[in-house]
Write a protein of this length. Structure first.
Length: 359
């Protein structure tokens, strides 16, 4: 088959003027001396992929198919219409707007081209953390209490949630906008973090009660009754700096955890008893079904004070860095399940092909 691989290429910033909204000024925790310093961090392209990842996916697909590379820019529609691949392997995150992950799938549906992964509605919902939590709450799937602040004028400081709280951008992934300072313990810290998120990312701030328990991430592969949970990963925070908050922040994911000096932050399979394992798997599969995810997904969850797994985020376009030293969770879970990187990619493609009745 002719398989289109649609992607967003991670770019280097051409200048450091800091004139656009994507520069985040944060109290940055230095790992070496645990000092807090105000630094400017550019996380604009945190969700996009490097050529290393794009070529790894391409090489995997080329084991069985012809591959056409198509960057998800303004020319993507014409390239897709001209080439009309039999199916598209979609890893495009998009760039503009709260529904950016839905743009390529919507184009593909307009052109009647099959594609891997979830549909535009699911992708748009899952990138809106509050809408996701509202749907999960309706179906009695545990998630932390929360509220959303759309602008600073509407925030009067009166809150019903209990500190500590965590503040996140409403429409981001890959730990974008989540720093050590995001966990707050008083109203002043809360206001400053809400202000940072709204002004930096030009989007609402999500405020949640901070869950104190262990954190897990769960990779799911397949559809319907054949959807399977890969070995559960626990995120261990012992290797973070002593003063670091126990969260998988932007600092932890992209700055402290490097290929040269990887953090010993993941345990896969997680060391948990059968009861907790079954509960996590049940909640993950229910979430996958309720949100109508397709083919693959990674779901993050954390235990509350009663030891109950709560959904943090749903990632229907999971990160898939190919190098094991990069600590990318979905490939890590796949390897623990006995799958090579190439097998993992082709299982995702085959799940979509089966769903469309193409094999």
């Amino acid at each position: 088959m002719n398989v289109g691989l649609v992607f967003n290429l991670k770019k280097e910033r051409q200048d450091d003027s800091g004139s656009d909204d994507s520069f985040s000024s944060v109290k940055f925790l230095n790992k070496s001396n645990a000092e807090h310093k105000l630094q400017t961090v550019d996380d604009t392209y945190a969700e996009w992929d490097t050529w290393e990842t794009i070529n790894a996916v391409k090489n995997a697909l080329e084991e069985n198919h012809n591959v056409i590379l198509i960057e998800a820019n303004e020319d993507a529609f014409e390239k897709l219409r001209k080439n009309r691949p039999d199916i598209v392997f979609n890893i495009a995150e998009g760039f503009y707007g709260a529904s950016r992950e839905a743009q390529i799938p919507a184009i593909l549906e307009m052109l009647n081209i099959p594609y891997t992964g979830s549909d535009p509605l699911t992708l748009a919902i899952c990138l809106d953390k509050a809408r996701t939590k509202e749907i999960l709450s309706y179906y009695k799937i545990p998630t932390a209490k929360f509220f959303v602040v759309e602008n600073l004028d509407e925030f009067d400081g009166e809150i019903e949630l209990k500190f500590p709280l965590i503040v996140k951008p409403l429409h981001e992934g890959s730990s974008k906008g989540i720093f050590n300072s995001s966990v707050v313990s008083n109203k002043n810290e809360l206001y400053l973090e809400i202000e940072r998120v709204i002004k930096t990312y030009n989007e609402p701030a999500l405020v949640e009660e901070f869950l104190p328990g262990r954190e897990f991430t769960v990779a799911i592969l397949g559809n319907g009754k054949s959807a399977k949970v890969l070995p559960i990963i626990e995120i261990k925070f012992d290797s973070l700096p002593p003063e670091a908050k126990p969260i998988y922040s932007f600092e932890a994911k992209w700055i402290w955890d490097t290929r040269e000096k990887p953090l010993d932050i993941f345990q896969c399979p997680a060391e948990i008893d059968n009861k907790l394992k079954e509960t996590i798997e049940k909640i993950a599969l229910s979430t996958f079904k309720v949100l109508r995810c397709r083919d693959w997904c990674r779901i993050d969850m954390r235990l509350d004070k009663n030891g109950i797994p709560n959904i943090l985020e749903v990632n229907p376009l999971p990160g898939i860095l190919p190098n094991p030293e990069d600590n990318s969770c979905f490939p890590k879970a796949a390897r623990a399940a006995g799958l090579t990187y190439n097998q993992m990619i082709n299982e995702v493609l085959n799940a979509a092909l089966k769903r469309y009745g193409m094999i």
